[in-house]
Design a protein around this ligand. Structure first.
Ligand SMILES: *Cc1c(COP(=O)(O)O)cnc(C)c1O
Length: 424
């Protein structure tokens, strides 16, 4: 099936007499006839539902849809995008391990890597994603377990050279993990360019209506854990918590996502609610219609902003003036995303005054939904970061993040125009 059809039909194929619409299985638990049946489930000898912390029919159906959209072998929904990136890393890293990551990251991910994971003994070296192959290579250590990046960085909207990152990761025997939140599989499918694991904050375009916080991990099934067995003992040696089962032996190409589900979700429980999965599915049913509109609206707004004398700079991968234009044409030829980064001439106070004058473009700690919204990362999402960390994360202090919605583009431009006009 093509992507547009998967958006509408994927994940749930009702049989005779079953609901046409994906049902919300709002049940913590599932009934069996005898103790033997239940025991086999706990030993992973049978796969069926027994407790919603591990798996639930509604969330599984939505995971199957996203898995098909990304072209993976398995996927797992989580309660947030933060949980998705956390689980993707700790599924293969433990205390004493190391990660190399692009420095241009969502603020929450940067904090997770720089502060919280470090407290648990997992260290991250941040690299400028535009640095040379040799410079990025120099960040690798014998204990490095993954390379991480965002296909389009939040909030800098810089496009990752996925093939370069995949080449470096694989040369070092580690997977490339890519956060594909902003591009979505409608615009970019990182597995086709060599990424091994994809994560998303489904809170953004996938949900699309700002109703439900959620995340997902998708496994391409392509990374050969056994070929690098000594580096990934969690996947390639027996798990004592399952009577000595070895994930790569028992689950083959599904080893990564199975371990994440049966071990990490069991022990850490960042479980999405079936109700939220249902709402996410409603969003996914129109993702293929919304993304092109976000992109065409954002391009029109970016081109308009570029012509305003009050505007200092505009960063949008769809602009011919963008240093990422050619790369975006390669990796996401039908469009990048609806997010624009720009700055005004004048002081930070001028930028904040401009934002305060906007009418329906709302100030919200959110991005990438149907309604246009705006944020000043240096004073909002990224305010925990030091000036050097801000620079490294691609967040200029004057950067305004504008998330262009799917309203009529002339109304969006009119709102920006009136807010700029007052500033004159
Ligand atoms: C929002 C976001 C996250 C975090 O996701 P939550 O759903 O808010 O936990 C991670 N990565 C990117 C790129 C994001 O935009």
């Amino acid at each position: 099936m093509k992507l547009d059809t998967i958006c509408v039909q994927g994940g749930w194929t009702p049989q005779k007499g079953e609901p046409r619409v994906l049902p919300i299985v709002q049940s913590t638990t599932f009934k069996y006839d005898n103790s033997e049946q239940m025991a086999r489930l706990f030993d992973l000898e049978d796969s069926s539902y027994f407790y919603t912390r591990l798996a639930n029919p509604t969330t599984d159906a939505v995971a199957r849809k996203i898995c098909a959209l990304e072209g993976g072998v398995g996927a797992m929904l989580l309660s947030s995008g933060q949980a998705a990136n956390f689980f993707a890393i700790i599924n293969i890293c433990q205390a004493g391990d190391h990660v190399v990551s692009s420095s241009t990251l969502y603020g929450g991910t940067f904090n997770l890597f720089a502060v919280t994971l470090k407290k648990y003994g997992i260290e991250t070296t941040f690299v400028n994603p535009e640095a040379s192959d040799a410079e990025i290579q120099a960040a690798f250590r014998p204990n490095t377990k993954a390379l991480f990046g965002e296909t389009i960085s939040n909030p800098g909207v810089e496009v990752l050279d996925i093939e370069k990152f995949a080449r470096i990761a694989h040369r070092n025997g580690v997977p490339l993990i890519v956060d594909n939140t902003f591009a979505t599989p409608i615009n970019c499918r990182p597995f086709e360019w060599g990424a091994d694991i994809v994560t998303h904050s489904t809170t953004k375009y996938m949900d699309g209506h700002a109703t439900s916080v959620g995340g997902v991990i998708v496994d391409s099934g392509n990374f050969d854990w056994d070929a690098n067995a000594e580096r990934f003992p969690g996947l390639t040696t027996p798990d004592e918590s399952y009577h000595g089962l070895t994930y790569t032996k028992t689950f083959g190409r599904n080893a990564f996502i199975t371990k994440a589900t049966v071990q990490l979700m069991r022990d850490l429980g960042s479980t999405p609610s079936p109700q939220n999965a249902f709402l996410l599915n409603l969003g996914l049913e129109t993702l293929h219609l919304r993304m092109p509109r976000h992109c065409s609206n954002a391009l029109a707004v970016a081109q308009w902003l570029e012509q305003q004398p009050e505007v200092k700079w505009v960063s949008y991968p769809g602009l011919k003036s963008s240093p990422f234009y050619e790369r975006a044409q390669k990796y996401m030829p039908s469009g990048s995303c609806g997010v624009i980064a720009f700055a005004l001439n004048g002081t930070n106070d001028d930028a904040i005054a401009f934002i305060d004058r906007l009418k329906f473009i709302a100030i919200v700690t959110h991005v990438a939904d149907a309604r246009s919204c705006v944020l000043h990362p240096a004073s909002h999402t990224h305010r925990q970061l030091s000036p050097e960390q801000l620079r490294a994360a691609g967040v200029a202090p004057d950067l305004i993040r504008l998330s262009v919605g799917i309203e009529d583009p002339s109304d969006i431009i009119a709102d920006l125009d009136q807010a700029l006009h007052c500033a004159r």
